[in-house]
Design a protein around this ligand. Structure first.
Ligand code: SIN
Length: 329
């Protein structure tokens, strides 16, 4: 435990490059999720961060393996820390590859009473120019700020603060790998300063969805030139309750695929049109109503999948009711 005078924060570690080791300061290859939380907190102990950090290891994995098996204990640990009167805020360390999905899932299923900050790094801990220490120091700054409460789950990367709903990984390398869409960052942070841009956008502090350990199967169909209906059908099984199309442009798809998906929608499978394009809205088209389709609006396919899973788990399967939830910002 890193001790000081003041703010007590809970740090929940899940692995990723922030806890990664290369074995050399200049190596390209490394192993994510190698450093344990106790060693990590010892490492940051010398930084004088002005917070008392108490750590817990939830997992130590490459976030490519993130899913319900880790989400369940992570969610429970956050709920416990939220209920602890002595805890001011929560930091989750996470691999950057699926960080946006975890952050959005938590955002939709947690109350916003205390700051919850998800943070990662693009370079392993023994690399020259390791960004994890600065990102972590920034996360401490954000999680300690009373104004961070009420904003929902936040992501801190590259001196910026993002809302979980907006954040997306847009680069495979470099420390400026995250962006926000449709809002860019909602704050600028350094270990010594924090600037918020505007009021919280989140409506209310209550969790939008109950937590469930049983998320229904939702597949993502990636549209491309030449995609045919047969290969789409091969992705869909008996257990599939929802399909998100990573569509062309504004959620478009080849005609044969559209016909196959209309058939799925008529059989009660929820079909969401998102875009494989990095940024841009997918608006509702007049035919969506007849087709039984839902437009993902500003959510990218992987986030649309998270929202759809929670809606279906809550028993909401009517396309119009699902659309209303996608429309809500
Ligand atoms: C991971 O997502 O666990 C590996 C990549 C990273 O953290 O940047």
């Amino acid at each position: 435990m890193t001790s000081t005078n003041s703010t007590r924060l809970t740090v929940l570690a899940t692995g990723g490059t922030i806890a990664g080791i290369a074995g050399s300061a200049i190596a390209k290859d490394y192993r994510a999720g190698e450093i344990g939380i106790d060693d990590y907190l010892e490492k940051v102990g010398g930084l004088g961060l002005g917070a008392e950090l108490s750590g817990r290891q939830i997992a130590n994995i490459d976030s490519a393996d993130m899913g319900p098996g880790v989400w369940n204990p992570l969610h429970a640990a956050i709920a416990e820390a939220m209920a602890d009167d002595g805890c001011r805020g929560i930091i989750v360390t996470h691999g950057t590859d699926t960080l946006e999905e975890t952050a959005f899932l938590l955002d939709l299923t947690l109350a916003a009473d205390k700051p919850v900050v998800v943070v990662g790094a693009m370079r392993p801990a023994d690399a020259v120019g390791y960004d994890g220490l600065r990102n972590f120091a920034n996360a401490v700054r954000v999680a300690s700020d009373p104004d961070a409460a009420g904003r929902g789950v936040l992501v801190v990367m590259g001196d910026r603060v993002f809302a979980a709903r907006d954040v997306r990984k847009v680069r495979t390398r470099g420390t400026e790998a995250f962006r926000g869409f449709p809002r860019e960052s909602i704050g600028l942070v350094t270990p010594a300063s924090l600037e918020w841009f505007g009021a919280p956008w989140r409506q209310g502090r209550a969790a939008a969805f109950r937590w469930t350990t049983d998320l229904p199967e939702v597949v993502i169909v990636y549209a491309h030139a030449g995609l045919d209906a047969a290969s789409v059908r091969r992705q869909i099984g008996d257990a599939t309750r929802g399909i998100v199309v990573a569509g062309l442009g504004e959620g478009n798809m080849p005609e044969a695929v559209r016909t196959a998906l209309v058939e799925q929608a008529r059989n009660g499978v929820a079909v969401v049109r998102a875009s494989r394009t990095d940024e841009g809205l997918v608006d509702r088209e007049p035919e969506d109503r007849d087709n039984g389709f839902i437009a993902a609006r500003a959510l990218n396919p992987q986030k649309a999948r998270v929202l759809l899973q929670l809606l279906l788990a809550d028993g909401i399967s009517d396309p119009a009711a699902i659309q209303q939830k996608f429309d809500r910002r």
